[in-house]
Design a protein around this ligand. Structure first.
Ligand SMILES: Cc1ncc(COP(=O)(O)O)c(C=O)c1O
Length: 465
């Protein structure tokens, strides 16, 4: 690491909002994809202060609404969001003293929802699997709350020209300057369409030979609409933030030259590959953008330069893109043949937790509640004594007994059935017919397998071969 020259240091700022924008651009290492010969540049938008590209539009839309008088001092921002605009707006609202309500569909990661609450926003979670015309659709709910709330302003990012304008004025000018004007291809997915439309419009004006390429998830309607101007019915997909079921007015089809379609599996596996091969820890739509960029770049000459954006940070997807159990349960990783699977193939890699007989009962209660590993094995000198007695712990708490000085050796019962990871998986399903959970032994360590765990993990088995 080198010392940053003083002329390039950021001056002391009085407000977090000064940290929005001015994000780094990093070259993808040659050889990341052996079939790609050209230069691939990644704009790291997750370096924005709330962790995504949406900080730019959140700040710009709020500033424009203040100017036009739509948002007044003491007012409330109400927005529907797949999470990142909600986070950006929650940060802007906290920094500028507005109240905020964010309406978010329940398919979005729990980390994103928790973070928005962390900024003090009111969060309304709506069902993801309802049609756009349903009154419970998150856009409809946000519109209704805004209409019914005194002093509320609904940015409506999907149809707000200031969304697109933020990228035209800020994201695009940074990219153009960082590239010294040499940019031959720009690739990005669209959710609201603000990113690709704002950047695309700027590039068409300042680098007219630059090709602008859109990316759409399988199941979204945008790629088909771009090709045919025909609106089809959408399907479901898991990648967050991109794709749509209607045509947003923030999306300008006229600046897009080509469209690619990418599936969830390729998106997630590419994000994971990027993290492991380069250290760049980005979200699912970053993997989606990069998967499309590399597919496109394979046909380009060595002297071409392609730019894409990495919209948000990987930490927002620890329970999904970066969770092997989630990927295996949803068949994004290779399934395992039902003919040869063992109990170990059904076990989750979530933290295993064990109690020592000398731990306090208070500690046992905390582990049972927080780690969600149940039953909790109790071990002494590498020997399994039994499992933590939750029934007794409840009784102790109910009667106000001091559990801080009581030891787990006074609060365990015999272990239920103990199975070995190497046994055939059918042994676990048979045992769980009569028990809520079993312990699974792997060498000297134990983990739990509950009926609930089984319900998720049986989807990993492939019965076709
Ligand atoms: C993670 C993520 N990636 C990409 C996008 C797409 O950006 P845009 O809405 O500007 O099309 C979004 C938008 O919500 C997003 O949250």
């Amino acid at each position: 690491m080198e010392v940053t020259p003083i002329s390039k240091l950021q001056p002391i700022s009085s407000n977090i909002l000064d940290a929005v924008g001015n994000t780094p651009m990093v070259r993808l290492p040659a050889g990341f994809d052996p079939e790609v010969k050209c230069e691939v540049l990644l704009k790291l938008e997750f370096m924005n202060p709330s962790g995504s590209i949406k900080d730019r539009i959140a700040l710009h839309m709020v500033r424009q609404a203040e100017k036009s008088g739509k948002l007044k001092k003491g007012g409330r921002i109400v927005e529907c969001s797949s999470g990142n605009t909600g986070a950006g707006l929650a940060m802007v609202a906290a920094a500028l003293g507005y109240d905020i309500t964010v309406v978010i569909p329940d398919k979005m990661s729990s980390e994103k929802i928790a973070a928005i609450r962390g900024w003090g926003a009111d969060v309304v979670v709506t069902p993801a699997n309802v049609g756009i015309e349903d009154r419970m659709h998150y856009t409809k709910v946000a519109g209704r709350i805004a209409a019914e709330t005194e002093g509320a302003w609904w940015p409506d990012q999907y149809h707000n020209p200031d969304n697109t304008d933020a990228h035209y004025q800020f994201t695009a000018t940074e990219i153009f300057a960082q590239c010294d004007g040499k940019i031959d291809h720009f690739v990005a997915g669209a959710g609201t369409g603000g990113t690709i439309s704002g950047i695309g419009r700027y590039l068409k004006e300042h680098a007219p030979n630059c090709k602008v390429v859109g990316v759409d998830p399988v199941g979204s309607v945008l790629a088909h609409y771009w090709k045919t101007r025909e609106l089809i019915e959408g399907g479901s997909y898991a990648v967050e933030g991109v794709g749509e079921e209607e045509v947003p007015r923030a999306w300008d089809v006229s600046v897009i030259d080509d469209y690619l379609v990418v599936n969830d599996q390729d998106s997630f596996l590419m994000a994971r590959k990027l993290a492991r091969a380069t250290g760049i820890f980005a979200g699912g739509s970053s993997g989606f953008n990069l998967a499309a960029t590399l597919r496109y770049a394979r046909n380009l000459p060595a002297d071409a330069r392609v730019v894409t954006v990495l919209p948000d940070y990987g930490k927002a997807y620890l329970s999904k893109v970066y969770n092997d159990d989630y990927l295996r349960d949803n068949n994004y990783l290779d399934g395992v043949s039902a003919n040869s699977a063992t109990i170990g193939d059904l076990c989750s890699i979530k933290n295993t937790a064990t109690l020592s007989a000398n731990d306090t009962v208070t500690w046992g209660i905390r582990q049972a509640g927080e780690r969600q590993v149940r039953p909790l094995p109790v071990i002494e000198n590498d020997i399994l004594l039994g499992i933590f007695d939750e029934g007794k712990a409840i009784q102790l708490l109910t009667t106000g007994t001091d559990t801080t000085s009581m030891l787990v050796r006074e609060c365990y019962i015999d272990a239920p059935i103990v199975l070995d990871v190497a046994q055939p998986w059918q042994d676990a399903t048979a045992a769980l017919n009569n028990h809520d959970s079993v312990l699974v032994k792997d060498g000297n360590s134990y983990s739990s397998l509950s009926r609930n765990d089984l319900l998720r993990s049986l989807t990993r088995l492939n019965h076709k071969n």
